[in-house]
Design a protein around this ligand. Structure first.
Ligand SMILES: Cc1cc2nc3c(=O)[nH]c(=O)nc-3n(C[C@H](O)[C@@H](O)[C@H](O)COP(=O)(O)OP(=O)(O)OC[C@H]3O[C@@H](n4cnc5c(N)ncnc54)[C@H](O)[C@@H]3O)c2cc1C
Length: 446
């Protein structure tokens, strides 16, 4: 088995999984305290989702300039983490093709694995031309590629704004931003908690206005229609307070691209492997030092709560103080408290309402990997399946490439609709966190 620098023989003070705002801020802060740090990330370039950038075009972000102070293991997919008596081991596969098994050990481990886009199924959401909002943005930011020519941006939350502006900047004609929620004037009360974010949002709003891109609230894309296999148009409808369609309000918009996102879901596979405690709403539970309930294990960023890049960075820095046994500056603690209040306020402004599940019909695919339609899941529920795992065994929903990351929550909602009581999507407890080949598994295990 081959190993890179940072293999079994070196015991780091801190191993970080995830080079986004949280992980990288933690890594460079800990390195600044003299700790030996390794940071592993799936991507070729550090920065995570917010600071995603193209080769040769680094964003202006201070921790990236200090990347040389840590051992940055790019293109390392961590598929398992283990806890020994006095250290943690991360098992990764390095490189895109013909992956090389790499193990990295550390006295402390920080999980900063972020989140991914949350999707709500509707007829046609599997058509070519329908992107997650984050996917469309990743193409623009990471590859400089515009996904199409005429786009609609839909879903809920402030993240739709940078996606729409990014598309417009890239020359895409953005027909509308379709926001399912109805943010109220109460939003103004959040401004003192994060003036920088408010200025950022105002900048996006001004950019939309300049380009005459309409921002429609209380509406959703409830269906996408194919034109010779690819996206040709979408149906936009007004919603009631529970997100059910107001009959007679449906309008069709011709477009070749739909970027759609309903917030974010935390990436919890590695935390699930170690069995650390979670919060009632399904995030990694941490204390004020960003420590989990397992000694030596820390978590920061979106995996501990959806709160934006600035909060993730502050949490990462606080985790580094804790790992180094230092007292954090009071200003940093105050900043976290302010940003946490801002994030909680935003979540309250953009909730997901249960009426969305009425947008899908019997034929709508819920699990796209295994092509399992809503009707088959409902049938299995009527035949006695009363949890997401039984549905998986009976219908294969959640058994494909994404292993339920995209469909587990929607499957639980369909089940809840049929059974008439709330059903929760199970927390991930997979022995293998990311798709790897059997050969990689054999190498890593030997
Ligand atoms: C697709 C997407 C786009 C976003 N765009 C914006 C935006 O434009 N503006 C905004 O304000 N917020 C945006 N957000 C929200 C955003 O995630 C941030 O608030 C911020 O980037 C969170 O920082 P983080 O460090 O917690 O996670 P991230 O930035 O998500 O970083 C996590 C890193 O961990 C890595 N990782 C995860 N699992 C593994 C593993 N098993 N092995 C190795 N590496 C792993 C990932 O590749 C990633 O680089 C976006 C979120 C997503 C999901």
């Amino acid at each position: 088995m081959s190993h890179e620098m940072g293999g079994r023989d070196v015991l780091h003070d801190l191993v970080v999984v995830g080079a986004g705002p949280a992980g990288l801020a933690a890594a460079v802060t800990a390195a600044g305290f003299g700790l030996r740090v390794a940071v592993l990330d799936t991507n070729a370039r550090a920065g995570g989702q917010y600071h995603r950038h193209r080769a040769g075009r680094p964003p202006a972000w201070a921790p990236l300039a200090r990347l040389h102070t840590v051992e940055h293991l790019a293109e390392h997919r961590v598929w398992a983490v283990e806890r020994g008596d006095d250290h943690f081991t991360a098992h990764a596969v390095a490189g895109e093709r013909d992956g090389v098994a790499v193990t990295v050990r550390g006295r402390r481990l920080l999980l900063a694995t972020g989140a991914y886009d949350r999707q709500l199924p509707f007829p046609g959401w599997d058509l070519p031309g329908v992107f997650t909002a984050g996917g469309a943005q990743a193409l623009l930011k990471g590859n400089g590629v515009a996904p199409g020519r005429r786009a609609v941006v839909a879903g809920t939350g402030p993240f739709l704004l940078p996606v729409a502006v990014g598309l417009a900047d890239a020359g895409v004609r953005v027909l509308a931003v379709v926001e399912a929620s109805r943010p109220t004037p109460r939003a103004a009360a959040l401004a003192p908690h994060s003036p920088a974010r408010v200025v950022e949002a105002a900048g996006y709003a001004a950019a939309l206005a300049r380009r005459r891109i309409p921002y429609r609230t209380g509406r959703a894309v409830i269906a996408a229609h194919g034109d010779g296999g690819a996206l040709g148009s979408v149906t936009v409808a007004r919603l009631d307070a529970d997100w059910r369609v107001r009959p007679g309000t449906e309008r069709e918009l011709a477009c070749d691209t739909l970027a759609v996102g309903y917030g974010f879901t935390p990436q919890l596979e590695l935390a699930g492997q170690l069995g650390c405690a979670s919060t009632p709403d399904g995030f990694v539970a941490v204390d004020t030092r960003q420590a989990t309930d397992l000694p030596g294990l820390y978590a920061a960023g979106e995996s501990t709560g959806i709160g934006g890049a600035q909060l993730s960075q502050v949490e990462g820095e606080l985790a580094a103080y804790a790992v180094a046994g230092r007292t954090p500056p009071k200003a940093l603690l105050r900043r976290r408290a302010r940003l946490t209040r801002f994030a909680a306020g935003l979540r309250a402004l953009y909730p997901i309402r249960s009426g969305w599940s009425s947008w899908s019909d019997e034929d709508t695919p819920i699990c796209r990997c295994e092509e399992v339609p809503r009707g088959r899941i409902a049938d299995a529920a009527r035949h006695g399946a009363d949890d997401v795992r039984s549905i998986k065994l009976l219908t294969r929903a959640g058994m494909g490439w994404c292993q339920g990351r995209m469909c587990a929550e929607a499957t639980a909602c369909v089940l809840s609709d049929v059974l008439g009581r709330p059903i929760a999507a199970p927390a991930p407890t997979r022995a293998i966190a990311v798709p790897i080949r059997l050969g990689d598994l054999a190498q890593g295990a030997s």
